[in-house]
Write a protein that binds this ligand. Structure first.
Ligand SMILES: Cc1cc2nc3c(=O)[nH]c(=O)nc-3n(C[C@H](O)[C@H](O)[C@H](O)COP(=O)(O)OP(=O)(O)OC[C@H]3O[C@@H](n4cnc5c(N)ncnc54)[C@H](O)[C@@H]3O)c2cc1C
Length: 491
């Protein structure tokens, strides 16, 4: 749906199908990170998301049945993003908001419609869709496989999905509860291997619990919450009074061998799945969608050559592989049995965590990683140059302007644009108007230096808010060359 919203806003006609008869009704992915909110702001969905979600106040670590550490995270990213906090928004609420936004844009999700086969040639993709036992062949310019971990599109394209599955099994439950762990914080019990984590939900007294199931192999398969109500929940002093949703799952870690085959692309869980550590899965899929959307739109509207589409896979697969490797390591420590892992969890983490977040540089480092604002495409064929500490491929650093506005406001155009922090020469203004590029000049302030900008340098910004090219000399001939070499046109 994020892809459909971005494409529609960019002027591309889309058809979006889902074999499910109705939207999801369970909360699943809760964490929505700053980078996702920034993308949402560009297309007008962020405010509604922020209003419907819970802004997390603190991370609490419990050991031995008591709170061993409280780490405030409410404004952990202050100064780096207009959304300096982790937001918890249940996936079903999030999905309904996207449906509404799509409807406003004139697009309806076609339900109970399954994609069953895919073929393609140089001109188009042919997809067989089945609805109520009736088949239809549609011909489309491009196909985006956003069909989850068991992707039919991926299978049809013959793309492998190497990786594995962790041995343990886990539960997720949305419950009504009371106790000191029911507030606007995240509470983690690290005492045992059957760790439990409590996440706040919007409704008063309602929380999400996740934890380990010890003996899934021995159970009948009809597990209920009573089967998992173990030590960890008792340690967190939780009094659970009602269970609204209970589900069990195993955790996989896989990345598709390729994210593209000809005119078909893989995004989201169809392309990568990993442990839920850090709540990165859905956010990463949304990042895929935004990355692909403006490239598809540019090619379809003849504002770029087909070669632009070749940048989707390298930009996104690199991050997916890193993410799987990192969440793998963290997950192994969090869930590992054995003395050393237990000492790390119960002795080291509670002592170190509060100090870590008091050090500004470390707080910034943690926020930048978890919020996904640190994702960069420096090695992409689209990235060139550096000015100040900002490189081609970096997310445009966010700065507040003296007026109270921010340098992110122009990103709502979803167009290529040039930013200058300081003053722009006349020849640059002329070149931008000739090229159809909006030129945004922001009067120099100390905050810009702190954000890494170089005064009077040129920053060419992609529609998704990443810096394509940075040039300290703001050379007009090189701006022309950058766009010409990549067959990109802004008009
Ligand atoms: C308990 C839990 C907690 C999680 N917490 C977080 C979190 O906090 N933050 C986070 O970022 N991620 C989290 N995740 C991961 C997140 O839920 C997934 O990454 C996300 O749902 C993936 O979205 P997707 O659209 O790629 O795939 P899915 O959500 O799997 O959607 C795929 C869609 O494709 C449809 N479909 C499938 N096959 C076909 C077909 N052949 N034809 C037509 N339609 C088809 C399905 O009906 C479905 O609607 C969590 C996951 C779980 C299970």
């Amino acid at each position: 749906m994020w892809l459909a919203i971005w494409l529609t806003k960019l002027g591309v006609r889309v058809r979006i199908i889902d074999r499910a008869a109705a939207p999801g009704t369970t909360s699943r992915a809760l964490a929505v990170h700053a980078r996702t909110m920034e993308f949402g702001d560009q297309v007008g969905v962020a405010d509604a998301m922020a209003a419907a979600g819970v802004r997390i106040e603190a991370l609490n670590i419990w050991v031995g049945g008591r709170r061993a550490a409280r780490v405030p995270i409410r404004d952990i990213g202050e100064g780096f993003s207009p959304y300096p906090f982790p937001l918890f928004l249940p996936q079903d609420v999030h999905e309904r908001q996207l449906i509404d936004r799509l409807r406003d844009l004139g697009v309806t999700v076609e339900r109970s419609t399954a994609l069953t086969s895919v073929t393609q040639d140089a001109q188009c993709v042919r997809a067989e869709l089945t609805r109520d036992g009736v088949s239809e062949i549609v011909e489309v310019s491009y196909l985006a496989g956003c069909d989850g971990a068991s992707s039919t599109v991926r299978d049809q394209l013959g793309i492998g999905f190497p990786g594995g599955t962790y041995t343990g099994a886990y539960y997720v439950a949305d419950v009504d509860a009371s106790g000191p762990a029911v507030d606007k914080g995240v509470h983690i019990d690290l005492e045992n291997v059957d760790f439990a984590i409590v996440f706040p939900l919007k409704a008063a007294g309602r929380v999400r619990l996740i934890g380990v199931i010890r003996d899934l192999a021995d159970s009948s398969g009809d597990l209920t919450f009573e089967d998992v109500r173990g030590n960890a929940i008792a340690h967190l002093q939780l009094d659970v009074t009602a269970v609204h949703w209970f589900s069990t799952y195993r955790v996989h870690h896989r990345v598709a061998e390729r994210f593209r085959s000809g005119r078909a692309f893989l995004l989201g869980d169809a392309a990568h799945i990993h442990s839920p550590v850090g709540g990165q899965g859905m956010n990463t899929g949304i990042g895929d969608a935004v990355n692909l959307s403006w490239k598809l739109a540019a090619v379809l509207r003849r504002r770029a050559g087909e070669s632009l589409l070749e940048t989707y896979e390298p930009e996104r697969i690199a991050f997916a592989r890193r993410l799987v490797a990192t969440t793998d390591r963290v997950f192994t420590v969090v869930s590992a049995p054995g003395g050393f892992a237990r000492i790390v969890r119960t002795k080291l983490v509670p002592v170190i965590a509060p100090y870590v977040t008091r050090i500004a540089a470390l707080r910034r480092f943690i926020f930048r990683i978890i919020s996904q604002i640190r994702i960069e495409y420096r090695h992409s064929a689209l990235s060139e140059g550096e000015a100040g500490s900002v490189h081609g491929g970096d997310r445009l650093p966010w700065v507040e302007l003296p007026s109270g506005a921010t340098n992110f406001a122009p990103l709502a155009s979803l167009d290529w644009q040039v930013h200058v922090y300081g003053g722009a020469r006349r020849d640059l203004a002329d070149a931008c108007s000739q090229l159809g590029l909006a030129l945004h000049c922001f009067g120099w302030t100390a905050k810009m230096a702190a954000a890494g900008f170089e005064r009077d340098a040129l920053y060419l910004i992609r529609p998704d808010g990443y810096v394509a090219w940075a040039d300290p000399g703001a050379a007009v001939d090189r701006l022309h060359r950058y766009l010409r070499d990549r067959s990109i046109s802004a008009k």
